[in-house]
Design a protein around this ligand. Structure first.
Ligand code: SF4
Ligand code: SF4
Length: 234
């Protein structure tokens, strides 16, 4: 049976040229991949390195020509800061009314950075006004995406939208919180490419390091404030 990632990348390949090396890596067909770590500002980025071809998997965004991540949105978890800014943007006087009308509370399981299982509970912004909890994690065109590819919530769109296609986590390093980030390979983004040096992505990594750091700290605060939680399973 075809995996969800394979389905997604096949769909993507109808409109975008995906390098065979990227396709193979995303589908888990490369066994020469290792983790190259680079620290930029306060974030440690984990970039895949392919030893046989001696190069890295890097990324750039094709927006506004592409808006696939908004067109095939899987889930929009909100941080406590998102709840305040987006409810204001949507003209709600009370955050509790916004939560009641515009969000679903969902629990889901994700693979963690070391392949472990992570249980997450968050308040998720509905991607269509009548979204049900059963649709959580399915791909839906986000209701805020307009015909030209612009986001109707911008600039107060959810922090997670600024983060894509990175995902991030916090680790305790000798008593200090250290933020880590890596790419999400869902098969939905045409921006990944193979390159011989990480240098050409340094500017983007620098730009994202602040976004990722702020989002990860805000996400951790959200959990501490009991708006959501993350628990590490087996
Ligand atoms: S992040 Fe990827 S999917 Fe989203 S707009 Fe950019 S290129 Fe497209
Ligand atoms: S909220 Fe905006 S940026 Fe986020 S998925 Fe929807 S349209 Fe895209």
């Amino acid at each position: 049976m075809q995996s969800k990632i394979e389905e997604a990348i096949d769909l993507l390949s109808k409109d975008w040229k995906i390098e065979p090396i990227i396709r193979d890596f995303v589908l888990g067909k490369r066994n020469d991949a290792s983790d190259f770590q680079i620290k930029i500002n306060d974030v440690i980025f984990h970039i895949p390195y392919l030893s046989v071809d001696d190069g890295y998997i890097l990324w750039k965004c094709y927006w506004p020509d592409c808006h696939n991540c908004c067109n095939r949105q899987g889930r929009l978890p909100l941080t406590s800061s998102d709840l305040i800014t987006i409810s204001k943007n949507m003209k709600y006087g009370r955050v509790s009314d916004f939560i009641k009308n515009e969000t679903n509370v969902n629990t889901w399981e994700e693979k963690g950075p070391t392949g472990n299982s992570i249980i997450m509970t968050m308040i998720n912004l509905k991607r269509k006004s009548d979204e049900t909890q059963a649709e959580d994690g399915t791909h839906i065109r986000c209701r805020f995406l307009d015909q030209k590819g612009y986001c109707g919530l911008h600039p107060s769109r959810p922090g997670v939208c600024y983060l894509y296609p990175f995902s991030s986590w916090l680790e305790n390093e000798k008593g200090r919180a250290r933020v880590h980030a890596t790419f999400q390979f869902t098969g939905d983004c045409p921006g990944f490419y193979f390159a011989k040096s990480v240098d050409e992505m340094k500017e983007i990594l620098t730009e994202y390091s602040k976004v990722i750091y702020d989002y990860t700290m805000s996400s951790s605060r959200t959990n501490r404030e009991n708006f959501g939680y993350v628990s590490m399973g087996l």
